[in-house]
Design a protein around this ligand. Structure first.
Ligand SMILES: O=C(O)CCC(=O)C(=O)O
Length: 960
């Protein structure tokens, strides 16, 4: 639920539960006592996550602290009392009773009717019909309640800004480096220029010579600051040709404002005072611009094969919806044949919108992008600006580093000015569906809030003018070329700055309100980087189209002036050009003039998204053409320059340590631009062009890792070898035994799982055997480095990401095939197995004989190598034909091994905890005995640092 703006904030009636519960019940309930009904509404209201804040804020508008004192928060009785007053007040508002009278009648100690909020400032908003009310008995009474509509209280709203035509503006030919002025702007521009240099910031784009806007590298003096002024609403000049297209009434309203009487005071004067007289303006006039001179805005139709917005699709149904109520808007949407439940339209389960732009054929990509990938994991491991495996926003320390534009564009998303200006929705909370077995669980879309984590972080970038990196995938429909034509799944566009941020309503069939609040962001390319990589192809296509093919493609870019980073002061705050912003008189906040019609775009304002007293902005909205311009002349800050390309790894570090976290990360192939995971132990290799970088490290002796202490919690329950045994796990007394090395004594710990599911034995390494383990550990490293033993990261068989997903650790399999990791590709038969593996198997078999007295033979060994921070996730060894005993030798740094019940054995109200945790140290052998250990439990291993493990099994030959 949104926050109230005033005591009588009728806009709250548009939110659930009021919108769903009140609608259609006015006539019926007015005749009877609504107490029971309102009790139910209160209950529903308490299901809103922010209801307490809303009520508290509402109380803040009409009550003094005495009331808060008498009815303190977090007291059940008083919370109920506050809530009851709140609900009943809004019921009275809805039923058009005197709600204020109701408050007064309550004789609430501490109630005080506060100043200007009541009536004078608030717009009376007619309550539009919700989709639910269509079916209700008395719905007609709901529509267009014109009760207290005083048009004079409504700010000047330009309904007709839409009448500017982008294509018309851009079709004016350019002469001698001067971008011509569109005639309809001229008078307005000159008005603003008169006598006030600051006012010239209000100039629309493309009106002055480029050099005049902002000095280039050769300029003698840098301007002191970029344009910062903005218009206040009362003075806001029409952005479009207001008068000729305004209706008679509107024109009347504009031309003859209400007489100033004591009851009808003039709006407060802010800003620059008297309107100025128009004067003709010369196109050669040199004044600082509001609009960045790099603009060479392409009208969307210059990209003929690419759908630029959804509006085209919507148009069919909403042509008549120019000026329509939210109800009609929703109805149009709901009638659309192309609206399907989210889970039907998307491949990935996290959908952003109910609609998808149809992907029309696009021209193929001529060249590979400078930074690209075939899997999301490659990006997350190799590209420092985007490490988010899920979701589209990668944030760090409260700001966003990378933003991913994917398939599910929202209405009015844009890719304009050759991709130097991108408009996208951000911040999650979309309708989504996830599969739980055969069941699809769908979640309704919710309003995004400014304090949602992703939105907050994006707004922080906006406030600080901090650049971020944009990435796209092959399904991002607004990009003009087909990435998949060259096998590209994700590509990095470059550094952008958020130049505008605002909120809007979007229809949503899954939300009870029928619409949701979505935050939108306009990203502008930061100059100071090379030109966008896709421009060359765009320009060559343009040249071909214009019959000038063969001319150097970069020539068409000559008007793209690049600013020297040092010449321009960096202002780490948003720029708000006066011709693109106005101040809402209701909430006092600035809103950008995004569309052809003006509305407050602050979602907490009670006139949010409203075009007039009872109308929302229409579904079909044209952008204000000036808004689709590059406004920010600030280049990429020096500290960001050169940081886009991932650093090349050092394959031969001086200290010889190549098992640290940095070496587990991916790399960027400088030859073909591919981001790649490090999937082979002995080298980096580009999976695309096969360029290879050999890694030269030192063999690390086990002694380096002996002193590492695993993170043992203070609540440790056992001796040094285990941390806890819970859930009925039985612990047997320690057994001491002799090893075959004379004089060497070792110990064994045994745990029994409940219900006879099996046993876990931890055989602690005796001193002499540890020496044996030392040499096996080194043999493993030697053979992995020289390629005798191929440690690889293998693709997981099932996961939800696009592209392959490799295991977190490196592995090699010897003996029988092990389908779980790599299958036959990962397996060498024992007669060709590396000697380190054979030695490890022999040691394991011997240890079992000494500690448990069993003669067990194994025919398969999976060897796993973990670099710093790598681990093996929870799993059970459910290989077909698996024998009942699985035994593993640990080498290198210690690790924690946790066992827990499989989810299917955990009751619905039970918490799943680790039933047993043991510490595996260098030379230890862990034995899992009994099929139940795998059938009913799963295990994970989390090493503290570099570690190698050899796990031996017996697998029925030819089991696959
Ligand atoms: O000891 C290890 O590293 C993990 C072994 C394991 O869980 C397995 O191979 O299934």
């Amino acid at each position: 639920m949104r926050s109230p703006c005033c005591l009588e904030d009728r806009a709250l009636l548009l939110d659930a539960p009021f919108v769903t519960e009140f609608a259609g019940r006015r006539t019926r309930l007015k005749k009877q006592d609504p107490t029971a009904f309102l009790g139910r509404v209160s209950e529903l209201l308490q299901k809103q996550p922010n209801w307490e804040t809303v009520v508290e804020e509402w109380i803040g508008f009409g009550f003094e602290s005495k009331f808060r004192h008498n009815y303190p928060l977090r007291n059940k009785k008083h919370d109920e009392r506050r809530l009851a007053i709140f609900v009943k007040f809004f019921w009275y508002l809805y039923t058009e009773e005197d709600a204020m009278k109701y408050l007064r009648s309550q004789k609430l100690s501490g109630y005080v009717q506060r100043g200007p909020y009541v009536k004078e400032e608030s717009i009376d908003i007619a309550f539009p019909e919700s989709p639910l009310s269509i079916l209700s008995d008395d719905s007609p009474t709901l529509s267009h309640n014109a009760a207290i509509v005083d048009i004079s209280a409504i700010p000047a709203i330009d309904h007709h800004l839409s009448l500017l035509d982008v294509s018309e503006q851009h079709s004016v030919p350019e002469q001698d480096g001067i971008v011509p002025m569109v005639p309809q702007y001229e008078a307005h521009a000159s008005t603003l220029l008169e006598g006030d240099p600051g006012a010239s910031h209000c100039l629309p784009s493309n009106t002055l010579p480029r050099e005049a806007f902002w000095p280039g590298p050769n300029a003698s003096a840098a301007p002191t600051s970029p344009p910062q002024t903005r218009a206040v609403e009362e003075e806001l000049p029409p952005v479009g040709p207001y008068a000729p297209n305004a209706s008679a009434a509107e024109a009347e309203f504009m031309l003859h404002p209400r007489p100033k009487t004591p009851e009808n005071p003039p709006p407060p004067k802010r800003g620059r005072g008297r309107p100025r007289k128009p004067r003709p303006v010369s196109v050669t006039e040199t004044t600082a611009p509001a609009i960045h001179p790099l603009i060479r805005p392409r009208s969307p139709d210059r990209l003929p094969l690419v759908p630029v917005s959804l509006d085209n699709v919507v148009k069919v149904k909403t042509e008549a919806a120019e000026d329509t109520s939210v109800h009609e808007v929703l109805k149009n949407w709901l009638d659309r044949p192309d609206i399907k439940p989210a889970h039907e339209v998307g491949e990935e389960m996290n959908l952003v919108d109910l609609t998808q732009e149809p992907m029309l054929p696009k021209p193929p990509l001529h060249r590979l992008p400078p930074i690209w990938a075939k899997a999301r994991q490659e990006v997350c491991e190799a590209f420092q600006w985007f490490r988010s495996y899920q979701g589209g926003v990668y944030q760090n320390n409260g700001t966003v580093k990378g933003y991913f534009l994917s398939a599910f564009s929202a209405q009015r998303d844009r890719f304009v000015c050759d991709g130097k200006l991108i408009i996208s929705h951000g911040g999650g909370k979309a309708e989504s569906a996830r599969k739980d077995g055969p069941t699809v669980i769908s979640k309704a879309a919710e309003d995004q809030r400014a304090d949602d984590s992703s939105v907050r972080a994006l707004l922080e970038n906006y406030r600080r003018a901090q650049p971020l990196v944009l990435l796209i995938d092959d399904k991002y429909s607004s990009f003009p070329f087909d990435l998949s034509s060259r096998g590209v799944y994700m590509a990095v566009l470059g550094f952008y700055r958020i130049i505008h941020a605002w909120a809007e309503y979007q229809p949503s069939t899954s939300n009870a309100n029928g619409r949701v609040v979505r935050w939108k962001f306009a990203f502008q390319w930061c100059e100071g980087q090379d030109e966008p990589w896709w421009l060359e192809q765009m320009n060559s296509m343009d040249a071909a189209e214009a019959g000038t093919a063969g001319v150097d493609a970069t020539q068409s870019n000559q008007n793209m002036q690049v600013f020297a980073p040092v010449a321009v002061p960096i202002t780490p705050s948003p720029l708000k050009p006066a011709n693109l912003y106005f101040t809402c008189r209701h909430c006092g906040k600035d809103s950008p003039l995004v569309y052809s019609a003006k509305a407050c775009l602050n979602p907490t304002c009670h006139v949010f998204w409203m075009i007039s007293h009872n109308k929302y902005l229409p579904v079909k909205l044209d952008y204000n053409p000036d808004f689709l311009s590059l406004i920010d002349p600030r280049p990429l800050p020096i500290s960001f320059c050169g940081t886009l390309l991932p650093k090349a790894p050092n394959p031969a570090p001086r200290n010889g340590i190549t098992t640290s976290y940095a070496y587990s990360r991916g790399w960027h192939c400088r030859k073909c631009g591919r981001l790649a995971c490090r999937s082979a132990w002995e080298h980096y290799q580009c999976p695309n062009c096969k360029d290879t970088l050999k890694i030269i490290g030192q063999i690390r002796p086990a002694i380096k890792f002996l002193s590492i202490q695993p993170p043992i919690p203070e609540t440790k329950e056992g001796p040094d070898s285990f941390i806890l045994d819970r859930e009925g796990v039985k612990r047997y007394p320690v057994v001491v035994f002799n090893t075959s090395n004379r004089g060497d004594v070792a110990t064994r710990l045994t745990f029994e799982l409940p219900e006879d599911k099996g046993r876990i034995h931890l055989i602690k390494a005796p001193r002499m055997s540890n020496l044996e383990a030392d040499s096996i550990f080194e043999a493993y490293q030697q053979q992995a480095a020289d390629g005798t033993l191929l440690f690889r990261r293998w693709p997981l068989r099932s996961h939800k990401l696009r592209g392959p997903l490799l295991t977190n650790y490196f592995s090699q399999n010897s003996g029988e095939t092990y389908q779980y990791v790599g299958g036959t590709d990962n397996t060498v038969p024992f007669d060709r197995a590396p000697s380190a593996v054979v030695q490890a198997r022999d040691l394991i078999e011997r240890r079992l004989k000494e500690a448990l007295g069993v003669d067990h033979k194994f025919n398969e060994v999976l060897s796993a190598a973990y670099m710093e921070q790598q681990k093996m996730a929870f799993h059970s060894d459910s290989e077909k034909g698996l024998g009942p005993v699985v035994a593993g030798l640990s080498m290198g740094s210690p690790a924690l091994m946790h066992f827990r019940r499989l989810l299917k054995y955990v009751g619905p109200d039970e918490a799943r905890t680790n039933a047993l945790t043991v510490i595996l140290r260098h030379g230890d052998v862990l034995v899992m005995e009994g099929a139940g250990v795998q059938d009913c439990y799963e295990h994970t291993v989390v090493p503290c640092n570099f570690r190698i493990a050899a796990t031996a099994r017996w697998i029925q030959p030819n089991h696959g």
